[in-house]
Design a protein around this ligand. Structure first.
Ligand code: BTN
Length: 253
């Protein structure tokens, strides 16, 4: 499998596949001090898969669970774009499998109104570990929607042409490398990627509810800006900038 995944001209220092681990993100965060830039770890199953906000990520096998350690030499304020451009890599890879997907800002890949993938980016010293969980096969019965309330779905349920997780991983990593290299070359500015992100956004133009510390913001998501923040206009007409740490829910009209 290892050989199957390594593109001869690919930019990755290493692509390692393990049968099982606790969490590929936790492994790369722990190994960060001695791990080179652009190292990939893929697990066939995880016993302690992590989602955002302390949630767990169902990783019993049948899905794609991978993390990439990156050392981009860009200003720290531009690092939130890693989450967004990873979302774009997921959109592109999903399209190559014959399925149209959109992005719930900042990090959820949606097929229709259900969630097929999530991204968890963690910063450690001078590295960023970006984890991707993508449901290629249906989840086991009984998996509840996450805290965001989105029901789960998978490439298989969406009728994708390609559902083999290693084949999908190969396309995904190729797209991620292309996007991430372009972004690095622009010193962390999104350039043309901003228009691509807006085009695939499931959030822009939708009514949203944002959980802020101690209060709630109800409004309409208007745009995603060059710094990766989301602009929300509230019912009184005031504009708010929401950062990637805030929780945004799409509201049904
Ligand atoms: O939507 C989310 O909450 C993010 C989910 C991220 C899950 C992936 S699976 C591979 C990597 N290892 C982890 O423990 N988490 C990420």
């Amino acid at each position: 499998m290892f050989e199957h995944l390594v593109a001869p001209t690919g930019p990755y220092a290493e692509i390692r596949v393990v049968p099982s681990t606790g969490s590929t993100n936790a492994d790369l965060v722990a190994a960060a001090p001695t791990t080179p830039d652009r190292t990939v770890l893929i697990a066939e199953a995880q016993s302690a898969g992590q989602g955002r906000r302390g949630r767990s990520w169902v990783s019993s096998g049948g899905g794609l669970y991978l993390s990439v350690l990156l050392r981009p030499d860009v200003p720290p304020a531009r690092l939130p774009w890693i989450t967004l451009l990873t979302g774009l890599a997921l959109v592109r890879a999903t399209a190559r499998a014959g399925v149209t997907a959109t992005l719930k800002w900042p990090n959820d890949l949606l097929i229709g109104d259900a969630k097929a993938a999530g991204v968890l980016a963690e910063t450690t010293n001078d590295a960023v570990v970006v984890g991707i969980g993508l449901n290629t096969a249906p989840l086991p019965p009984g998996v509840q929607p996450g805290a965001g309330g989105l029901p789960p779905t998978s490439l298989a349920e969406a009728g994708a042409r390609v559902t083999d997780r290693f084949a999908v991983a190969e396309v995904l990593l190729t797209e991620l490398a292309a996007l991430e290299s372009e972004w690095r070359a622009a010193h962390g500015l999104p350039g043309a990627l901003l228009a691509e992100y807006r085009e695939h956004s499931a959030t822009i133009g939708r009514d949203v509810r944002v959980e802020l510390t101690g209060r709630e913001l109800l409004g309409t998501a208007e745009d995603v800006l060059e710094d990766g923040t989301l602009v929300v206009r509230d019912r009184e007409g005031a504009s708010h900038t929401v950062s990637a740490g805030d929780v945004v829910h799409l509201r049904v009209r």
